[in-house]
Design a protein around this ligand. Sequence first.
Ligand code: GLA
Length: 403
Amino acid sequence: MIKKILFLGLIFLSDKSFSQKFEGLALTPPMGWNSWNTFQTNIDEQLVRGIADVMVSSGMKDAGYSYIVLDDGWMTMERDKTTGDLIPDPKKFPSGMKALIDYVHSKGLKFGLYNCAGTKTCAGYPGTRGYEYQDARFYASLGIDYLKFDWCYTDGINAKEAYATMSKALKTAGHPIVFSLCEWGSNKPWQWAAPVGHLWRTTGDISNVFDGIVDHGTWKQDGIMKIVDAQDSIRQYAGPDHWNDPDMLEVGNGLTVAENRSHFSIWCMLAAPLIAGNDMRKMDESTKNILTDKEVIALDQDPLGIEALRYVKKDSLEIWVKPLSNDNWAVCFLNRGNQPKQIDFDWQNEIVNDPLSKKELNAKTSTYKLRDLWSKKDIGDTKKPLKTTIGVHDVLVVRLTKS
Ligand code: GLA
């Protein structure tokens, strides 16, 4: 008996020490903005203040976006020679990083920074290797809420250990910080990162092209559809407080309106973090309307946190199906092709069984009301087939509510 109690105690202790992150900080996928996709290292305090202001005035905050994350390029090229501390670049941030963070907080928003597990960041600034606990204390002293942690200059470093060390350092520093792993899916973080972080990149860097790969010679960027193709096989690893991250949004960065809509819809179907990457100070109405669509965002933020499954992939048509709370469902018809696509979808003949959630969408035993989320129209119910045409690179996103 005593042996059994000791054994159970050991399991409990080891389990606790394994689950080391701040729990409960990302029960739904994080929403915010990050500087990288549009500005790379051309960042400064004026930009951040402007973004914070427009986050509020444009309705983004009201739609649920809260984090403003400064990516690579916020530091000087060297650490402080005496203390070893990171130094926010005084030319870019003359009023100081703390004052800037206080400003963002005063708007009711949250603030994040970026660094890297290697000896340098990808853009060549000081990395965290060997300074994990010191940097964590620095972030805690600034009061940041989110850390994106990259994977450049990491030759010979074990990813699982490096991310676990930083996670422990953050926890030890004592200030709750969402920990966003960014090692591009190289070490299958979905298999080991849930106790360590709140989200992990699944793939390489996104680009503002709909499909294919952008080849820069020494490195490559993925088009939106290339990233989508890598998600279906890992959906079982994501859920509340531990999300697959297919990278930041390219909505508003040069895609067509239909492509913006498709990209955003699929990210919401995938319960992906929604981190805008556009210049929100200059976004047009259509970009703003897509990014702030509350009904589509509600799919992303559904408390069950179940990623959609790819139910159909036939020619250029894909049908993604996402179980929602209260036995509702979302269905996204995606036309990847270069011609409009006609669909004739008879709900009565399609029984969707989700092997992950064990939920069943069966229009023979239940009737669901249908709402087209982008056109904001109620479009009947599942007793009748859905017949329509989907434009090039466009989507139809339907919410099914049990009647
Ligand atoms: C990597 C990351 C990007 C961005 C850059 C910054 O490429 O994947 O998201 O953070 O580094 O240098």
